[in-house]
Write a protein that binds this ligand. Sequence first.
Ligand SMILES: [Zn+2]
Length: 622
Amino acid sequence: MKKVFLVPLSILMLFGCGAPKALLTADKSPIVTQMDLLNVVDDKVMVSLDPGVFNTDEVTFYIPMTVPGTYSLDNYGKYIDDLKALDYDGKELAFTRSDENTWNISNGKNLDKVTYWVNDTYDTENEVEDAVFSPSGTNILSGENFVLNLHGFIGYFKGFTEVPYEIVISKPADLVATSSLVEKKQAKSNPTKDTFLASRYFEVTDNPILYAKPNSATFQIKDIKVTLSIYSPQGKFTATELKVPMERMMAAQKNFLGEISSTKEYNILLYVAAMQDDAKGFGALEHHTSTVVVLPEWLPMEEMQKAMIDVVSHEFFHTVTPLNVHSKEIQFFDFNDPKMSQHLWMYEGTTEYFANLFQIQQGLIDEGDFYERMMDKIYNSKSYDDTMSFTEMSRNVLDNPYKPNYRNVYEKGALINMCLDILLREWSNGDKGVLWLMKELSKKYGDNAPFEDDQLINEIVGMTYPGIRTFFDDHVIGGKPIDYAGYLGKVGLTTANEEEESGYFLKGDIPYIDVDPNNGDAIFVREGIKLNNFLEQLGAKGGDVFKSINGIPIDLEAMRFVIGQSFGWTPGTEIIMKVKRGDEELTLQGGVGSPMQTVEKIVPKDNATEMQKKLRMSWLKG
Ligand SMILES: [Zn+2]
C-alpha cells in the first residue's frame, strides 16, 4: 500500500503479425503486447495487445479502475485515446465503451488485436482534482524517461486475467530498463528492444519498469539482490551516493525480519520530480519485489536520504504484509470491481509500525527518537475520527465518510500495533510480540495461500491469548479510543509536557500554517493543532486566513519571504497581521516574543518497576 511522503509546506502503427498466425485460442496463448517508446507522438505511446482467438461474440477489454495498494479509484481508462479493435484483415470492429475503463467489442471471434494511444498521468496532475498518486502513475518524456506503471498502459480481456503476457518494448538505445519483470532470453540482444514475460495479468501490474539513462547501483543483503535506479532530471542525485544509507537500512531490516523474508530480488525505482510541471504526489507504492518512489528534486541530499529511509523501509516491509500475508480479496484482486479487505490495521498499520520499530531495535535511532515518532502518531491520529471502526473503515475505504480517514492507517494503525505488541509482550513474559505473530501468520499463509478475511482475528486469538479478543473487539472492530497512557505504563513509560523552542511559523519542519488550493492558494493557520505561544498570544486561531503581514499582502511567495525574514526577528520585533476569520477581518498586533511550544513527550516513569523496565527492553530490543 502506498506511503505518502508529506513535504514541508507543504502514426497509427500497426504492428504486423509477420508470420502466419498460429490459431491458438485465447486461453492458451500469451497476449503479445507491443509498446513503442521510440515513436512518441503528442506525448502519447502506442500500445497494441494481440491475444489468441476468442470463441465468444462479445469480448470485453478493460483498463484498471484501481490497483492494489492505492485505495483510490483512479480510472486509468481515462488516459486511453483512439482505441481500435481490429479483425484479422485489419478492419475495425465495432465496440461500445460502457465506462471510462471498459470496451465491449462486437464480433469477438474475429478480434485480432486492440491498439490504442496512452497519455501519461504526471502531465495532468495539475489539471485534475483527484490526480493519480504519482508512484502509481505514468510518465512519458520522449527520449528522457518513461515511468511504466504497466496498469496504466496494458489492459486485460474479461475472463483472461490468468493468461501470460509477452511484453515487447521498442525503446531508445540510451535508456535502460529497471524492473523485476523476467526478461525473455534472446539469442542476440537488441539495443532498441526489450522483451519481458509475465505469467498473468497481476504480474504485469505488480512489476513497474523505469526507463532512464543509466544511474543505478546494486548491492547484496544476505540472499537479496537490491538495485536502486534513479531518474534525476539534472543529475542531482546519483545511485552510488544514495546506495550507502539504503544498504545500511535494508541490512537492518533483513536482520530484524530474520527468516520471515523470502524475497530474492528487490528493485527500488526512484523518480526525482523537477520543481515545476512534474509529478506532485510524493511517496511510494509497494510491489512484491519492487517499489516506485517519487520525491522532489528540491530536497537537500540529507533530507533525500532521510525520506528514502522512511519511505523505502515502509515499502520493503510490505513484502511481509499484504504481499505475503493477505486475504482472498487481495489474492484475487478485481481491477474493475475491487472488494476491500477489513485488515488495513495490519497491511498498513503493522507495516508502518515495523518501519519505526526496526530502527530502534537495530540501533538506527535512539529511544527518544522512537518515542517522539510514536507521540507524533498519537497526536496526528487525533485529527481523524478516533471512534471509527478500523475494520469498517478498511472495508469501505473507497467511500465516504471512510475515505478521508484512510491516512489514519499510518497513524492510529501503527499505534494499534504498538499496543498489541506491548500486550503480547506482557502476556508472554517478553517473549512474543507482533513480529512473532507475523512470522506465525506467514508460516501458515503466504504468497499463494490467502486467509479468509472474516476469520483472521479469530485465528490471531487462537494463536495467542483469549484476552486479545477484547483488544480487537474494542479498538479494531469497535470504535473505542485507545488509552495510550495505559499501554505505555505497562512498560514503565508515561507522558509529560515540556516547553520547547519553536520557529515563529514552523516547528522544526512542520509548519503551523498551510496552503488551501481550493481557495486560491490562501495561506491559513492550521486547525486542530497546538499553536506556539507567538501565534496564541497574538490571538491567532486555527482557520484564520492571512491577508497581510506588516503591510505585505500574503500569498505563497510572500509567506515564504516573511518566514525567511522571521529567522532574523528578535523578541522585541513588532508585528501587524491582518487575518480573515469567517466574514470578519481582524488585526492581530504585538511583540513577536520568543516562540515556545508546549510539547507532550513520552518519557520513562521515575518509579518504573524492574518488571516494567525488562518488558520495555524486550519490546524495544526484541
Ligand atoms: Zn504502505
